[in-house]
Design a protein around this ligand. Structure first.
Ligand SMILES: Cc1cc2nc3c(=O)[nH]c(=O)nc-3n(C[C@H](O)[C@H](O)[C@H](O)COP(=O)(O)OP(=O)(O)OC[C@H]3O[C@@H](n4cnc5c(N)ncnc54)[C@H](O)[C@@H]3O)c2cc1C
Ligand code: FES
Length: 346
């Protein structure tokens, strides 16, 4: 099926495979269609169907709340049934030369291990090597559950044959619950990757500010891994703020200490506990980390005051935490939007 996209800066067309989401086909073909969550919630991929037939594979997707017409569709959920023409209300940007086009891959779940009472590390062995940018995510589809879920890569390597994720168990959540269950290791899963714009590249001559809530630390680990490997912190500072509720929700503290040990004068890591005071034993166990009581965006706001020149911020985690961080970064820190990159784990 041929899909034509009319954007503010002209028309683009590409072929869609049978059952392929229009968003995935466009991105695969080098047409940088607008998207954010890629999972039906944010509405960023909204387009108007001008001709042809496209069907949503998730007719109740929450992103529909942004629709203004019956002809509106979500490109991340829609499959073309005929040749189609759609209109998007934005100009399409050219693809950055370093960015890899997403593609469909198969994978096998391996090496699940509990990090906390409700966070699991999960590796997926890929059926072919994948290049991705630090801070990107993959869409994962598991047997018997409708719809893909987005998970950010924790690792960073070129031609990766294994992707590492951390998954927080959502009460009543279909996929996260499945991943915590029995008999999951060795299961075949489907992936579409790499996706996402909250990327770090060492060419960026900027200090790095990471603000993460809970499993939002996933993509930050990938960013820190690349930044340390590329010696980015030899010239630039890194400020990492990791928000958790209580000490029992903490994970990756050893790994964060290891990053810090490589650049002790340039890289600072603060763990913010929102729901309890910092126990002296916790602080004593991780002398290279700083601990604070408070919501992560508030702790970051306080400690970063006056230090925003040449900063690029990366934010990820639950939507209320990301929204609060974005308000602070735009209004108080006055960072330009181009220097704020984020993923809402909606
Ligand atoms: C960019 C991004 C990165 C993320 N990274 C991480 C991460 O690294 N770690 C982590 O723990 N979480 C991450 N999340 C959240 C994660 O994708 C899931 O929302 C979360 O694990 C809950 O999934 P669930 O299946 O357990 O819950 P559910 O409530 O069953 O589903 C949650 C989400 O799945 C999608 N969905 C549900 N039903 C359907 C359907 N029928 N068809 C299509 N889609 C459907 C929707 O997006 C919905 O919001 C990320 C989210 C985004 C958008
Ligand atoms: S990108 Fe389609 S709804 Fe978010």
């Amino acid at each position: 099926m041929k899909v034509v996209v009319n954007a503010r800066n002209g028309a683009h067309d590409f072929e869609c495979g049978p059952g392929e989401k229009i968003l995935h086909a466009g991105l695969r073909s080098g047409v940088e269609l607008p998207y954010e969550c890629a999972t039906g919630t944010c509405g960023t991929c909204k387009a108007r169907l001008v001709s042809g037939r496209a069907e949503s594979e998730w007719p109740d997707a929450p992103g529909r709340r942004y629709f203004k017409s019956e002809a509106d569709v979500l490109l991340c959920q829609s499959v073309a049934r005929d040749d189609c023409a759609v209109e998007v209300g934005v100009a399409l940007k050219p693809r950055q030369p370093t960015v890899t086009a997403p593609r469909a891959l198969g994978g096998v779940v391996r090496a699940r291990r509990r990090l906390t009472h409700d966070v699991m590390a999960v590796d997926v062995d890929l059926d072919g090597p994948l290049d991705f940018e630090a801070g990107q995510f993959a869409l994962v589809t598991v047997p018997g559950i409708a719809g893909a879920r987005a998970y950010s890569m924790v690792n960073f390597e070129r031609r990766a044959e294994r992707l590492s994720f951390v998954v927080k168990k959502k009460p009543g959540g279909a996929v996260s619950d499945w991943l915590f269950g029995q008999g999951v290791d060795g299961t075949l899963v489907g992936l579409v990757a790499p996706l996402g714009h909250a990327t770090f590249h060492p060419d960026a001559r900027k200090h790095v500010l990471c603000v993460a809530g809970g499993s939002g630390i996933a993509g930050m680990m990938s960013i820190l891994s690349l930044a340390c490997h590329a010696a980015h912190f030899a010239a630039w500072q890194g400020h990492v703020f990791f928000g958790i509720r209580t000490a029992r929700d903490a994970f990756f503290l050893d790994e964060l200490e290891a990053f810090r040990a490589r650049y002790p004068a340039q890289l600072a890591v603060t763990v913010a506990l929102s729901d309890e005071d910092v126990a002296p034993s916790l602080a004593a166990g991780y002398p290279a980390l700083t601990f604070a009581r408070g919501l992560v965006h508030a702790v970051a706001g306080e400690r970063m005051t006056g230090r925003f020149a040449d900063v690029r911020a990366y934010v990820a985690g639950p939507p209320p935490m990301v929204d609060a961080s974005l308000r602070w970064l735009l209004r108080e820190a006055r960072l330009p939007p181009a220097d704020i990159r984020y993923d809402k784990f909606s």
